[in-house]
Design a protein around this ligand. Structure first.
Ligand SMILES: [Zn+2]
Ligand SMILES: [Zn+2]
Length: 434
């Protein structure tokens, strides 16, 4: 058993990544030049599906929209899921790279927009494909069931949910562990970022309509001014984080827009606020949402509003949480695969991600980051005290060769480690969720 374990710990064998790299790189270039918007990733999904089928995976398409599920069974053992996203963003690429996207498309509102893989999901797909090839060609290094998924519509946070509603956990073997990787410029290419516990925050989107009574701007006494109520509400909301949340607990409430009125001498009937709420702990999240509700309604009452405000909670994602025991184990695996100096323990961020829907199905998860910055540019930016373009920027441009090499090597290492021993032992070694 010791030998088997030591063998399974072996990262990508010498030449393994090189042997799949040309195909992975050409898939990357193709995907980068042909990005598709969220929920419309038909060509992208088809490209991934056909390549995985050619490798011997059993592939199911159109799972929850354009979702792809590829299963490779290799004897008894744990079931491990690795996820990539499929979608690109309505961003016009300005990198001036020879392979920059020139694609334009109509967005949901019919507007003509540039389309770009500005979040690097093309890196994730190419990496997953390279990993898929290595795993298919080295069945002597692992046993169990490998499930690779291409998830649509991450940017609009509906894709994971739709795949689950379409049977991701019931039509296919339920994973013992789920994995995801995300590229970014926070680390140089060649490195990965890891950490236990919360990785990304809970995110809640609220739309609040405050009702007043409109009228002539010269006769405010005949009106209830929703702009004044809205202004007071915006200021009062600032006291939630500063006065109601325990110092040290992470919480953000941002009013991203405040829209009301049409003309300087008209007092409008209503005002609208758009709010994003971020948190980690469920109890903090509940407190924030309850306080927003209470304050918004009370300000309207205080002003004599004719109707209670309408509060719409139209979007929500849970925090991405790394199972602590699993995260510790994966850190060790990545240390030996990439070198300890290339595995960075990172602080959690306040972005959000719908990978949490998979974790919410009772699947312990590990989400790690992949450095994408050109190492020289990264060092220059660091010494100049500036930051490189972040994900979603029209200038986002991962350093393809070292990034993709590291992504594939990292994924192979973690999969080989997990797809070993028995499913029971794997489950026992993990401290169940949060
Ligand atoms: Zn993104
Ligand atoms: Zn992304």
């Amino acid at each position: 058993m010791l030998t088997a374990f030591a063998c399974a710990q072996t990262p990508a064998r010498s030449g393994e990544v090189e042997s799949v790299y040309p195909a992975a790189r050409s898939l990357y270039l193709d995907l980068h030049q042909n990005p598709e918007l969220s929920s419309r990733e038909t060509q992208t999904a088809a490209k991934l599906a056909s390549r995985l089928r050619d490798l011997g995976y059993t592939v199911t398409e159109n799972v929850g929209g354009t979702g792809v599920v590829a299963v490779l069974k290799n004897g008894t053992g744990p079931t491990v899921m690795l996820r990539t996203e499929l979608d690109a963003l309505p961003v016009e690429e300005k990198t001036a790279l020879p392979y920059a996207s020139r694609i334009r498309a109509k967005d949901d509102s019919g507007r003509d927009v540039g389309v770009m893989h500005a979040c690097g999901h093309d890196v994730h797909m190419a990496s997953l494909f390279g990993t898929a090839a290595i795993m298919a060609h080295s069945k002597d290094t692992w046993h169990g069931t490998l499930i690779l998924i291409g998830q649509p519509a991450e940017e609009t946070i509906v894709g994971a949910k739709r795949m689950i509603e379409d049977g991701l956990m019931t039509r296919f073997p339920k994973p013992d562990v789920a994995l995801a990787m995300h590229v970014g410029n926070e680390l140089p290419a060649g490195q990965v970022g890891v950490g236990p516990g919360y990785r990304f925050s809970n995110a809640d989107s609220l739309r609040i309509t405050i009702y007043g009574k409109g009228g002539h701007g010269s006769e405010p006494n005949t009106t209830v001014d929703p702009i004044v109520i809205g202004a007071r509400t915006v200021v009062a909301l600032q006291t939630i984080v500063s006065r109601e949340v325990k110092p040290g607990d992470v919480a953000v409430i941002t009013v991203g827009y405040f829209q009301a009125g049409t003309k300087n001498n008209v007092i409008p009937d209503h005002a609208e606020l758009g709010i994003t709420v971020r948190s980690y702990k469920p109890e903090v999240r509940a407190r924030l949402l309850a306080a927003i509700d209470r304050i918004t309604k009370a300000e309207a009452t205080a002003a004599g509003a004719p109707r209670e405000p309408k509060i719409e909670h139209y979007e929500a994602t849970d925090a991405v949480y790394n199972d602590p025991a699993l995260a510790q184990r994966m850190e060790g695996v990545l240390d030996s695969a990439l070198g300890k100096e290339n595995v960075i323990v990172e602080d959690p961020g306040l972005a959000s991600e719908d990978f949490s829907f998979i974790t919410a199905q009772g699947v312990p998860s590990f989400y790690f980051s992949l450095g994408g910055a050109n190492p020289e540019k990264y060092a220059e930016a660091k010494s100049a005290g500036v930051t490189l373009p972040s994900n979603h920027s029209s200038l986002f441009a991962p350093d393809v060769d070292p990034t993709l090499h590291t992504g594939i090597a990292a994924e192979v290492a973690v999969l080989r480690n997990l797809l070993n021993g028995s499913a029971d032992d794997l489950r026992k070694s993990i401290s169940s969720g949060h």
